[in-house]
Design a protein around this ligand. Structure first.
Ligand SMILES: Nc1ncnc2c1ncn2[C@@H]1O[C@H](COP(=O)(O)OP(=O)(O)OP(=O)(O)O)[C@@H](O)[C@H]1O
Length: 248
């Protein structure tokens, strides 16, 4: 069996109270995995630990067989992190920003230029490629940040709410880029509150509530767990209610 893109075990983080508790989760190479959960469930905290931005209290994280806690740089080389709060430099154009990021990854200049133009084209940013990011809307900044995260051609793309605030056209561009990446064998794990997106795009869905993975599977598997033909919204609400009752 091939090595999983992501293998997490016993992951735990607490602040003044537990936020992620003993969480185990595996994502297969080439899979599109959606992480759902109510507000405050611990999704962002979980993903930030996986991306190496937050130190867990306990647990193991393996990315394509690399122990991400022991060798975070090797793990980051093959991982992309796309936050729900895009951070790009106001005084750079998208092209300059992508060149800058490519430089950090020490990507050869001509390859970097080719990738930058490709990403800018896919995300519909070409008409703005030479404008300063400081004048961009939040949606445009989100797309620039996504392009920046993909410039080093990661094997695992981790996204926190990538579609929030995007208009229909931009959301379509982002979804198409992600689906294209999955077709090329890249693995995607993303959180979303847009259940329709999880339903349409993800091969498997994980549901987190109160810092624990309370359910996981294909939509059909989740449906059979609830035991009736329901929409993903009904399944999600049932699972979260069940998970909350069990935790209590
Ligand atoms: N730095 C921090 N210090 C203290 N508590 C924190 C910190 N970061 C997150 N939390 C708490 O941890 C819990 C989980 O937060 P997290 O952002 O991971 O949830 P989420 O599932 O991503 O929620 P949402 O869907 O609203 O984005 C929340 O109760 C939050 O207040």
């Amino acid at each position: 069996m091939s090595v999983p893109a992501l293998a997490v075990s016993n992951l735990t983080k607490r602040y003044d109270r537990p936020v992620v508790t003993d969480l185990a989760l595996n994502v297969r190479a080439g899979e599109f995995y959606a992480l759902l959960g109510p507000n405050g469930a611990g999704k962002t905290t979980f993903l930030r630990m996986v991306a190496g931005l937050l130190q867990p209290d306990a647990g193991e994280i393996s990315i394509f067989g690399i122990n991400a806690r022991r060798d975070p740089i090797a793990a980051k080389r093959i991982t992309a992190w796309v936050s729900d709060e895009p951070m790009v430099y106001d005084r750079l154009t998208p092209l300059e920003y992508l060149e800058f990021v490519a430089g950090l990854w020490q990507i050869d200049a001509s390859a970097a230029q080719r990738r930058a133009h490709e990403l800018i084209g896919w995300l519909g940013l070409a008409p703005h490629a030479n404008e300063l990011c400081g004048s961009f809307s939040k949606g445009m900044l989100q797309k620039v940040a996504l392009a920046g995260a993909l410039v080093h051609e990661p094997r695992l793309i981790i996204l926190d709410e990538p579609l929030t605030g995007l208009d229909a056209g931009s959301a379509r561009q982002v979804k198409d880029v992600l689906l294209g990446k999955v077709r090329d064998g890249v693995t995607v794990i993303m959180t979303t509150h847009i259940l329709e997106v999880a339903e349409r795009m993800a091969e498997r869905i994980g549901v987190i509530a109160q810092g624990r993975l309370i359910a996981e599977g294909t939509l059909a598997e989740l449906r059979s767990r609830i035991g009736r033909q329901s929409s993903l919204e009904d399944i999600f609400l049932d699972l979260v209610a069940q998970g909350g009752a069990e935790a209590a």
